[in-house]
Design a protein around this ligand. Structure first.
Ligand SMILES: *[C@@H]1O[C@H](CO)[C@@H](O)[C@H](O)[C@H]1NC(C)=O
Ligand SMILES: *[C@@H]1O[C@H](CO)[C@@H](O)[C@H](O)[C@H]1NC(C)=O
Length: 443
């Protein structure tokens, strides 16, 4: 406001009512301590006198007064008065510029203007003709009859110079700010990118942008995580997945054989077995399932890990067959006198490595005579002493496995039952021919 005050003569209140101001004074930047080239409306800066100089609006504004009004220039503005009005203004000798003596100045135009060929006044472009005194840091703007020195965007006036504004001081950026001459740029931390306003930072979904996860990718705020499918584990590099060898973790995963596969494992069973509940192996009963190859004349015998076809008629002379598994030596045949009167065929199967002693088969006398005593013994097939007989009572006994045996192996035991009745001097012998199949496995 200082230039205005310095230019305005003190006693112009008389004119104040008539003064037609061109507009309110332009708002001044309160941060700028020195508005040294800026004058209020109606004045312009005169670098020579270092003062604001009145603008002759009657010359610079086309049709400043309309109709029958005449234009009278005045400090800081102009007047439109009826043509007949008399003007009294020379109170202080600083009224409208007095006519310049033509001898001294051939230029009939006001400052900032010059005559063209048609003798009309045209604006001088002080910026183009280097008639200005703007600093190198400033920009020159030509104005009608004048010019203006301003600071470029991003600069502001401090003293006589334009200096870069450090926009980073004003926290324009969410993450990081880089000040540049005349401007600034925001930057984001890794994992973020500039938002549409170029100032805030938004999370980058690295998973959508080719994050190097081998299997699964999870975006998270500012970063991402790689994960692996079930059965894989994340490599130390954080990206790749390697198969977990489940089989190496435990020997109990599978009863028989564990096979590692990509991302999983599976249990396998030996031939003759089927998988039961993912890890156990169960003997296939080929005789039940019909998978056997036995003929009509044969009987199918299942055992752990396989089956056997045996001739239904297994009786050898002098024995004769009396039923599917029973051979009888007729008492009428002299050859039968020293032989057990009957041979019954039975089959059973045990697994390998059974803990011993183990009861494996109970023998029961089928016919009980009152007062008779039945003695049981292993007559054949037990040369290694792998079995023994434990008598339970007069009519029954238990075959006991004495030593752990490993299959595949096969025993044919003749278990003899001798029936005695001392009162009647009666003695009879019968044989149970028991085939014991020992499977190859413990299951
Ligand atoms: C953000 O910056 C880009 C590149 O510099 C520009 O094209 C865009 O107009 C800017 N957006 C805003 C909102 O400033
Ligand atoms: C078992 O044999 C004994 C000795 O011969 C005899 O005394 C007993 O009565 C028999 N018991 C039975 C139930 O037959």
């Amino acid at each position: 406001m200082l230039p205005f005050a310095s230019c305005l003569p003190g006693s112009l209140l008389l004119w104040a009512l008539l003064l037609l101001l061109l507009g309110a004074a332009s708002p001044q930047d309160s941060e700028e301590p020195d508005s040294y080239t800026e004058c209020t409306d109606g004045y312009e800066w005169d670098p020579d006198s270092q003062h604001c100089r009145d603008v002759n609006e009657c010359l610079t504004i086309p049709e400043a007064c309309k109709g029958e009004m005449k234009c009278i220039n005045h400090y800081g503005g102009y007047l439109c008065l009826p043509r007949s009005a008399a003007v009294i203004n020379d109170l202080h000798g600083e009224g409208p510029p007095p006519p310049v003596p033509p001898a001294q100045h051939p230029n009939p135009c006001p400052p900032g203007y010059e005559p063209d060929e048609q003798e009309s006044c045209v604006d001088v472009d002080e910026c183009a003709q280097v008639l200005h005194d703007c600093r190198p840091s400033q920009q020159c703007h030509n104005l009608p009859g004048s010019y203006q020195c301003t600071c470029p965007d991003g600069y502001r006036k401090i003293g006589p110079e334009c200096v870069d504004i450090d926009e980073c001081r004003y926290r324009y950026c969410q993450h990081r700010c880089v000040n540049l001459p005349g401007s600034f740029r925001c930057q984001c931390e890794p994992g973020f990118q500039l938002g549409p306003n170029n100032r805030s930072c938004v999370d980058v979904n690295e998973c959508d942008m080719g994050a190097p996860c081998e299997q699964r990718c999870f975006n998270s705020y500012g970063t991402f995580l790689c994960r692996c499918h079930q059965g894989y584990e994340l490599h130390r590099d954080g990206f790749s997945c390697s198969d977990i060898d489940e089989c190496s973790y435990s020997t109990y995963l599978c009863q028989y054989r564990c096979v590692n596969e990509p991302g999983r494992f599976s249990c396998h069973c030996p031939q003759g077995y089927q998988l039961l509940a993912t890890r156990l192996c169960q003997d296939i009963d080929e005789c039940e399932s019909g998978a056997h190859q036995c003929s009509e004349a044969q009987t199918c015998v299942n055992f752990y890990g396989g089956y056997r076809c045996v001739d239904t008629n297994r009786c050898v002379e002098p024995y004769v067959q009396v039923s599917d598994n029973r051979c009888l030596c007729p008492a009428s045949n002299p050859l039968c006198r020293e032989q057990p009167s009957s041979i019954v065929h039975r089959y059973m199967s045990i697994t390998s490595e059974r803990s011993v002693p183990a009861d494996v088969f109970q023998i029961q006398a089928t016919s009980v005579y009152p007062g008779a005593y039945n003695a049981f013994q292993i007559r054949a097939g037990n040369s290694q002493g792998d079995f023994y007989i434990r008598q339970i009572n007069n009519v029954s006994a238990m075959l006991v496995l004495a030593r752990p045996v490993t299959g595949p192996r096969e025993y044919v035991l003749d278990l003899e039952m001798v029936t005695m009745n001392s009162l009647m001097s009666y003695r009879a012998s019968s044989v149970l021919r028991l085939t014991v199949f020992v499977g190859a496995y413990t299951f």
